[in-house]
Structures are given as structure tokens and as C-alpha cells.
Design a protein around this ligand. Sequence first.
Ligand code: DAH
Length: 340
Amino acid sequence: MTAKDTLEKIKKEFTEMIAGCGDLRSLEDIKVKYLGRKSELTTVLRSISGFSSIQKKEIGQYANLLKNQFAEKIKNLQENLGASRAKSEAKKIDVTMPGIAARKGTIHPITRVMNRINEIFISLGFGIAEGPEIESEFYNFEALNIPLDHPSRDAFDTFYIEGKQLLRSHTSNVQIRIMQNALPPFQVIMPGRVYRPDAVDATHSFMFHQVEGLMVDKDIKFSHLKGVLSCFCRSMFGESILMRMRPHFFPFTEPSAEVDISCIICKGKGCRVCSGNGWLEILGAGMVNPKVFKAVGYAPKKYTGFAFGMGVERIAMLLYGIEDIRLFYENDIRFLSQFV
Ligand code: DAH
């Protein structure tokens, strides 16, 4: 076999091997076999010194040409096989890997308590209404029998905006809006945010939440108020809770009362939370003052009704044993994630 024939044979063999090669490992073997130090092609190149000068040139050139062609083909195939391996590896999904758990949010404690209050009153047949946080003096004060020159106005002092607009200092403003737009009988609760220019400390905030209640019909009595509120207290704080009403003054109700529950921490024995007296004040209430009915244009003496208002933060603090109101507003995940 002439050197030329040997080279043709090597070329044919190499071409077939490359065509049938489908992975990087066999490609490496081919590389060693056809370009390695012990390859036939290298042997031919090494023996070239014994050839005549014409042959030297012809065989030498051809052998080098083949060497370059082989190297190029191997390089191309190497690139193609490498790329497709990377692709198929990227596609592989390990179904046994633990998943990445989605971090679930929780309901804010104020929203939770508010939802619970709403649920209880809905079960008693109350509707829910909302009103504006930016109000006029009429709805926040005058219509509720809190005249400009009356000292009780201090208790409901608030932030003023341009003109005579203000941020409501209680949810009682919604009572007036309801009565202006509907005739009795009705019973509604009115949840929402309220504002007061109080210095912020562990028990005060310039913004907090209230739920207002109002029931009006032709023959509503104080006993209805007491019945509804004691039912609310039992549902909210447990069947064994006691409730008492103390006479109080609110301009928009007459008579008025403050409502206490037996201390949920010490069960009435006296502890730090109830300042040792066994009772916790949770809301204000009373029979709607006829002057309020007059302000909304109801026929005098035709209707009677009761109203009440409670602070949501206060109830949440008692229920969850939270000692600082500021925790509700700081958005600290360590605090909020406890309410699941
Ligand atoms: N508006 C009162 C407050 O912010 C709470 C209140 C007391 C509402 C008695 C009422 C009520 O409707 O009858 O302190």
C-alpha cells in the first residue's frame, strides 16, 4: 500500500467514525486515534524523511491537509455536542428537590378583630356602612350635639385641613350620614379610621380604628342596647364574661353609659391590666339624643334608638395581650407573623 493509499484509507475511516459519533467521550477517542502521537497519520508524517523529494512534498502536503481537516471537524463536532449537552442539562428538573415555599401573608391583628366584630353584628342582623375620613364640622360635631362652645368638644378635638374640613375624630359622623339618607327601622355598624392630636405613647396614637353602632326604630329601649351589647361581649370574649354599664356623658346620647367587661386576664380578681379593679372599659353607648334626630330631620318623638362606639385597638390589645399600641403600625414582620 502506497503512502497515498494509506492516507486515503485513514481519511475514509475518519469520515465514517465522525459521522457515527454522538457524544463527547467517543469524540475524544477519535481525536486520540487520528491525531494522537501514535496515530497512523502521525506515523506517515514521521516516515516522510525517507521519501523522494517529489513524494515528500506531495505526501507531506496531503498529510498536513488531512491533519488540519480532522482537527477542524473534531473541533466543530465538539462544540455542537457540548452545546446540546448544556441544553439538555438545563431542561432537566429534579422532581425530588424540596420546593421553594411561598411566603404567605397574614391578616393584620386590627383587621382580624375588626372582621370578628363585623361578623358578630352581621349575625345579629346589622348591616355595615362606611363614611368619609375627611369631614365637615357639621358631621363630626354640630349634628352630634357637640356645639362649638361646649367643653365636650375638647374630647373630640382633631386635625383641621384647609377650609373647615377636618379628619374625623370618631366614626359617629357616619350615624348622621345614614340617618340623612334612610328612614328607620335600621341597624348598622360603621367601622373605620379616626384621628386625634394625641401625643403617641404605649396607649395613644394619632390614628386608630373604631366601630360605631346605631339602631333606630319606633320603640327601641335601653334594654335592647343592653341585650345587643351583652350578646356582643359574650361572642367576643367568651360566654363567662360579665358586662356592666356605668353612667357617663356623651353629647349625642341621653342617657349615656360606659360599658365594662370583667377583666379577661384575672377574671375580675384585680390585676395590673385592670388596674386592680377587676373591670375593663371597652366602649361607650347610650340612647340617641333627640337633638341628634332633630339635626337629621326626623319627626320629633317618632323614633327612638341606641348607639355605641368602640376602639378596635383597645379590644385587640386586650385579646392578644399586647402592651404597646405602636406595634400595630410599625409593620414589623416578627410581630405581624404571629397572627396566623
Ligand atoms: N364617639 C365616642 C368616642 O369616640 C364613642 C361613642 C360613645 C359612640 C357613645 C357612640 C356612643 O355612638 O353612643 O369616644
